[in-house]
Design a binder for this molecule. Sequence first.
Ligand SMILES: Nc1ncnc2c1ncn2[C@@H]1O[C@H](COP(=O)(O)OP(=O)(O)O)[C@@H](O)[C@H]1O
Ligand SMILES: [Mg+2]
Length: 211
Amino acid sequence: MIDLSETKPFAKGGNRICYQHPNHKNICLKITHPGLPKKLKKEASWYKKLRSEKSFDDNFREKNAYQQKAININDKKIWNHLAKWYGFEETSLGIASATELILNDGIIADTLESYLFKYGKTKQITDAINDFEQWLRETLLLTKNILPHNLVVQTKDNALVLKIIDGLGSSSFLKLPELNNFFARKYVERRIDLMHSRIDWDLSGRQGKWK
Ligand SMILES: Nc1ncnc2c1ncn2[C@@H]1O[C@H](COP(=O)(O)OP(=O)(O)O)[C@@H](O)[C@H]1O
Ligand SMILES: [Mg+2]
C-alpha cells in the first residue's frame, strides 16, 4: 500500500486528483474524487442508471480504453504521444490508477492549455500539434474530444512533443469506430477537427460555443 499522507496533489481534474508517486518520480497516481461515481450515477438518465457504479468511475473507464485495438496492435509508436498505463495501485487514499508521469528535467510537464495561455500558437507548438495529429491518423487511437488540458507538452531535443494523459475511449454511441477502420478514420478526423476548434476557442478567450 502506498502511503500518500505526506504527499500533496500536484493537480486536480473534474474527475480525479493527481499525485506524484512518493518513491517513483515518473509515476502519476490518479484517485477518483470520493463519492463522484455514485453522484454521477444518481444524476444519469434512466437507461444509464442501469450500468454499474464502476462504469461512472474514470479510472475504470480508462482501464478499458487502454485495452482498445489501436493500443493492442500498434508497435512502440503508440507510446510516442500517449502516457503509459501501469494498472491499479492501492494507496492510503483509495485505489489509484498508475500512469506515466510526463516530466521535463524532473518537473511535471505543463498542459497544452497552459502553454497556449502563456505563449499562444508558436511555431514550435504548431509543429507539435501537427505531429500529434499525424500520429492519431496513423494509429487510429480512439479518444473522446481532445481537450488542451488533457494533453501535456514534453520537451525533446529542442522540439515539443504532445502527450495525451486523459480522455481515451470513444464517445460514439454506436460502437462502429471500434469495429471497423473506415469508421475509425472518420471518427479520428472528426476528433482532430474538434481539437482545432477547441484550441481556437481557448485562444479566443472562450467566446461563444466551441463546437
Ligand atoms: N501523466 C501525467 N503527466 C503530467 N501531468 C498529468 C498527468 N496526468 C494528469 N496530469 C495533470 O493533472 C490534471 C488532471 O488529470 P486528469 O487525468 O486529466 O484528471 P481528470 O480525469 O479529472 O480530468 C491534468 O489536466 C494535468 O494537468
Ligand atoms: Mg482531464
